[in-house]
Design a protein around this ligand. Structure first.
Ligand code: SAM
Length: 402
């Protein structure tokens, strides 16, 4: 059953929605007892300690704290023989937490940097990485390459000598054996903002950082070593994980080898984070096209500030596409957990969790659990108006006919 988009918006009275902490929504069915354990959790995880370097292997906006997918997996085990799916996998936090628990998983993301991070975090450490790093640094040092790729506005954001150093490291990466390339590309990506003139990951202002002539190579070497150590620290079996670089709205059930027992995800939402913008120069340098990522990125600010701009209805439609996929892959007893914040579109607050619940119901799911958690103050976004939105919702759905 699908309602015309305008009707959905009217029925929910979305535009007048007030932020008021916790909300109870009528469910198609009473929650079953298997979801009761979620009520006892403090979803702010006040005692959380950072477990290892894997979390910080590469910056990523709005990533999960690992305790979030980890707690869901501990309280709501998945059926044997099924996998966990994160359709907006970002930096792969869900995949790592699944791997730690011996659960197979798959992740989808549009952003090639997200997929690169997710692959490196979940794949085995290539043998002889130390030797390969030393070899690459030597190659880059002896390289005479000077041909700079045609990247827009490059001179504004990168000093001339930094551009040359990056070109030489990149050429040496391309010449290195295939099994090392992801680790090297991730290391280079992780230092890109540091060696640029960009003030910080979330502040697009050019500043003179006085990057020294050998500094790019030494920062790259340190990044390789940091990644090497983080990967070596993994003390669990590295079950194979599937990382699919795609627009989730184009993914089909046949793209996965197994049925899905649980979906755990934090979807992008309108006008909040800009994943493509955050990684724009990383993508240019690594040979990807950030502008095509921007076009398909759900919620990107650019879509909300043009003639015929996007509205909450576009998000509803995108979540319909997401639930179409979920309902085609999820087992009867499976569940879907979303963590999502609110949006401010042209001054109006939108309760995205509530929109998602409406869509979920159209696909025969009911809400079994909803709570609010505080968004960490250090979770920076380009969108300053977003700073006024302090909490996000954790919502869990099950099939009404299970
Ligand atoms: C909130 S982030 C996910 C963060 C993730 N939970 C983590 O721990 O890193 C949302 C992700 O959705 C991705 N995304 C946006 N539009 C997409 C689309 N159409 N298809 C697939 N992924 C998309 C973004 O690139 C971003 O990585």
């Amino acid at each position: 059953m699908c309602f015309p988009l305008q009707d959905v918006t009217k029925r929910l009275n979305i535009m007048n929605f007030q932020i008021a902490g916790e909300h109870k929504f009528p469910s198609a069915r009473e929650p079953s007892s298997r979801f009761n354990s979620l009520e006892a959790i403090d979803w702010n995880f006040p005692g959380r300690v950072r477990k290892n370097g894997l979390e910080a292997i590469h910056p990523y906006p709005a990533k999960f704290i690992p305790d979030l997918p980890g707690t869901i997996l501990d309280l709501l085990p998945v059926e044997p023989g099924t996998i966990v799916l994160d359709p907006f996998v970002g930096s792969g936090t869900t995949l790592v937490e699944c791997q730690r628990r011996g659960i197979s998983s798959a992740g989808v993301d549009l952003n090639p940097i997200a997929c690169l991070i997710s692959r490196v975090k979940t794949r085995p450490l290539p043998k002889d990485l130390d030797h390969a790093i030393a070899h690459l640094l030597n190659e880059a040092k002896n390289s005479r390459r000077t041909k700079i790729p045609p990247i827009p506005n490059l001179d504004h954001w990168f000093e001339g000598h930094v551009q040359i150093a990056l070109v030489r490291i990149l050429a040496s990466i391309e010449a290195s054996p295939a099994q090392f390339q992801d680790v090297f590309r991730l290391a280079l990506s992780s230092i890109m903002v540091r060696v640029s003139n960009q003030d910080s990951d979330t502040r697009y202002a050019a500043v003179d950082k006085k990057i020294g002539h050998d500094q790019v190579a030494s920062l790259f070497a340190q990044a390789c070593e940091r990644i090497n150590i983080s990967l070596q620290e993994r003390d669990y079996v590295l079950l194979p994980t599937q990382v699919l670089q795609s627009d989730t709205l184009r993914v089909r059930a046949s793209d996965f080898k197994h049925k899905v027992g649980a979906v755990i995800t934090s979807p992008p939402y309108p006008n909040a984070y800009e994943y493509w913008l955050y990684h724009k120069y990383r993508m240019w340098w690594l040979g990807y096209d950030p502008l095509s990522v921007k076009e398909q990125e759900i919620g990107a600010r650019a879509h909300f500030f043009k003639t015929n701009h996007h509205t909450a209805d576009n998000f509803i439609q995108q979540m319909r596409g997401t639930f179409k996929l979920i309902s085609s892959v999820l087992t009867l007893n499976g569940y879907a957990c979303f963590v999502v914040g609110r949006s401010k579109i042209h001054g109006k607050i939108i309760d995205n969790a509530r929109l998602i619940e409406t869509v979920a119901r159209e696909f025969g799911f009911y809400l079994t659990f909803r709570t609010e958690r505080v968004i960490a103050a250090n979770r920076k976004s380009f969108n300053l108006s977003h700073a006024a939105i302090k909490t996000e919702s954790v919502i869990v759905f099950a099939r009404a006919n299970a």
